[in-house]
Design a protein around this ligand. Structure first.
Ligand code: CMC
Length: 448
């Protein structure tokens, strides 16, 4: 029988044998052959491969990450973010000529319509920049209505260029708005990362001189964050894209998924956690609270990596360069002590919890002067290329249909509707909601 699995439906005695593919997958069609009504119950897709993809390879046991076959370590050392974005989307590294054209296309699309600026200026004064980014990316679909013609290759390419080009502009505008500074327009003489730094930090001078060490560090972080196969936000991109929505709407959905603290929000959560721990001496007591289930060790653990996240190693090296240029982050010692203690602790060892990409990236962003609220935005900028690569792949995949999982219904059986006066008064607590700590008072501003 070789590498195969045989399933027997003991109700009927029907047997189906299917091959186990080289990548350890079996087709779900085997179940349909047994009984078309059978479903796999797989909450959160822990054992489900939802698509075939040629973009990114992750081996979680060995700590391997490759984009289109190229090891992340080589790309981080030798490539640039725009070159990697091209690789992800087109499948091959660009020739010298293609790279020049690609850079030019991105550079001349960095400006946004003035009404996009006005739109952003209407947010509440203390709006979170990630919320602004999600909303403004969605709003771009109203500026480019032709984007809905997703099967027109030229239209598709134009929106891809626009999204990659405008993300840093929107991100910097969101920051400038939150600190009450005038928006700085793109400077098309600058490279991608330096242009973003210029839009973030330039104050009343004709040109912005970026420290090349910081610009390179940012570009490396962009490379590391550019794609990571079927994570939560990429799955959101593919799910929304599968309904043939335009790429701005799909990218906004992906960015919204990234916003959560279990995904792209983790880098912000790490710094808040390190700030609360505050000292090396407080690390053991903090780890005990994690082990008692009173919160997670943010920046640790991963659904796929059961080993050191290869991105985390590169981020750690990049941190050294940045700290040498701008001085160290006082929270670094706490982070190092936390990592050492966790890696020696049975709780984390048994669960194979290692630092992930977010454990050290926030420390770099903070040392570079980015406010905490910008950290997830800094993740969204480069991940846009990955989301778009998956969107293009999805559209060309003949096996893909609209994403539409099934469910196990566990609710009430049929019951008659009663007028309000005849219903019981006792509240039916929803047993599925976990107990959560009350939000702090400062998180609930008094508003109309
Ligand atoms: N701290 C403490 N315990 C943890 C952690 C953690 N960070 N992560 C997982 N565990 C425990 C979890 O409680 C469970 O224990 P038990 O078996 O006793 O119930 C076990 O490890 C397995 O965890 P899980 O929740 O089933 O794992 P998952 O694959 O569903 O979650 C994760 C993956 C990344 C959401 C989770 O590890 C986590 O919450 N980490 C902290 C947040 C974080 O750093 N996220 C960034 C991820 S990397 C970048 C990105 O994706 O954006």
């Amino acid at each position: 029988m070789g590498d195969s699995i045989t399933l027997t439906d003991n109700r009927t005695g029907t047997t189906v044998t299917v091959p186990i593919e080289a990548d350890d997958t079996i087709p779900s069609s085997a179940l349909r052959q047994l009984d078309p009504n059978l479903r796999v119950y797989d909450p959160s897709f822990v054992s489900t491969a939802s698509c075939a993809s040629r973009i990114t390879y992750v081996d979680g046991q060995q700590g391997v990450l490759r984009y289109r076959g190229y090891p992340i370590e080589q790309l981080a050392e030798r490539s640039s973010y725009l070159e990697v974005a091209y690789l992800l989307i087109h499948g091959e590294l660009p020739s010298a000529e293609e790279l020049v054209t690609w850079r030019h296309e991105i550079t001349v699309h960095t400006y946004v319509h003035e009404n996009v600026k006005h739109f952003m200026q209407q947010f509440q004064y203390d709006a979170h920049p990630m919320g602004m980014l999600v909303s403004t990316v969605a709003a771009l679909s109203t500026f480019y209505p032709e984007a809905k013609y997703i099967f027109d290759a030229e239209v598709r390419h134009k929106q891809i260029v626009r999204l990659i080009a405008k993300m840093p502009t929107l991100a910097a505008f969101a920051h400038r708005f939150s600190v009450g500074m005038p928006f700085v327009y793109p400077d098309n003489d600058l490279d991608y990362a330096t242009n973003f730094l210029s839009m973030m930090w330039r104050v009343g001078v004709p040109a912005y001189e970026a420290d090349p060490v910081l610009a390179r560090a940012l570009d490396v972080l962009f490379i590391l964050h550019a794609d990571h196969e079927q994570n939560c936000s990429t799955t959101a991109m593919r799910t929304v894209g599968s309904s043939h929505a335009d790429p701005y709407s799909a990218t906004a959905a992906a960015a919204a998924a990234l916003y959560g603290p279990l995904h792209g929000g983790a880098n912000e959560a790490v710094i808040r956690m390190l700030g609360r721990i505050a000292s090396v001496e407080a690390v053991p007591a903090f780890l005990e609270t994690v082990k008692r289930g009173e919160g997670r060790l943010m920046g640790f653990g991963h659904r796929v990596y059961k080993h050191y996240d290869p991105r985390a190693s590169i981020v750690k090296q990049t941190a050294d360069d940045v700290f040498a240029a701008v001085g160290t982050n006082p929270l670094l010692d706490v982070a190092l002590a936390l990592e050492e203690a966790a890696l020696a602790d049975d709780y984390f060892v048994e669960r194979q919890l290692y630092p992930n990409v977010d454990f050290y990236s926030g420390l770099i962003y903070q040392a570079m002067g980015f406010p905490l609220e910008m950290f997830t935005v800094l993740f969204a900028i480069p991940r846009t290329a990955g989301w778009l690569a998956h969107w293009v792949e999805l559209l060309g995949d003949r096996e893909q249909r609209i994403a539409r999982p099934r469910q196990r219904y566990t609710g009430a059986g049929e019951r008659p509707y009663l007028p309000a006066g005849e219903r019981g008064t006792g509240e039916a607590p929803d047993a599925t909601l976990p107990p959560t700590a009350a939000a702090p008072a400062e998180a609930r501003p008094r508003r109309l």
